[in-house]
Ligand binder design. Sequence first.
Ligand code: PEP
Ligand code: MN
Length: 266
Amino acid sequence: MIRKRIKIKDVVIGEGGFEIIAGPCTIESKESLYEVAQTLSGLGIRCLRGGAYKLRTSVHSFRGLGDIAIKYLREVADEFDMLAVSEIIEQEKVEFMAEYVDVILVGTRNMQNYPLLDRLGKIDKPVILKRGMASTIKEWLQAAEHIAEAGNSNIILCERGIRTFEDYTRNTLDLSAIPAIKELSEFPIIADPSHSTGRRELIKPMTWAAVASGADGVMIETHQCPDLSMCDAQQAVSLETFEEIIFPISRIREAISKEAQLEIFR
Ligand code: PEP
Ligand code: MN
């Protein structure tokens, strides 16, 4: 299968292009986003994430700053020459989001929102399609087809964990989905160790495992004061921990590619 490379400005995801997407779960203020982006940019990170509209299970939880946060994300990303990545939750925001962000994220709860997927198929912005928390790989790929059939094949799949009987972790990171997607689909596949574990102490090993499984990128929630994070605090990692997490990634990638070369000569 010829696999796709998604090119967004000078960033390439898939077919050798590996990218780390990082930033807060939710944009809390322009100042805090700036602070996080400054550190991430200093570490060489080129993709800044941050949510503006949050689908919270409890109606009493913080649901994000809304449209203004998307504008903050654009301004801060431009300041550090980063790509802006943010989640869309409703069809009505497609044009607005397309104007301000570089990559549109479809969260787990909307993976089967077909009218939304169809609308995203009519624009040319890359879309990260997260796996539905109770979706099979087949259903996930069928969801991606809705976007592609409507006209947009700039799709990146994201394994973010599925619901299982295990409740120690928030979800179960289905690592096998990463090589499976590589067999079944042309689209790049990234992993989200944050939502899949829900536990900050598990982010480092699961990130490394996802890289070793062949992921084309990872998305990690970071916060300057993780315990104070207004959303998903349990899984937020500090910028110091984030640096430790990303440090060996290139060596892990190199190790597995050498393995692949050895296979050829065996
Ligand atoms: C997110 O990435 O902020 C998010 C809400 O993720 P998910 O849809 O996977 O829960
Ligand atoms: Mn989150």
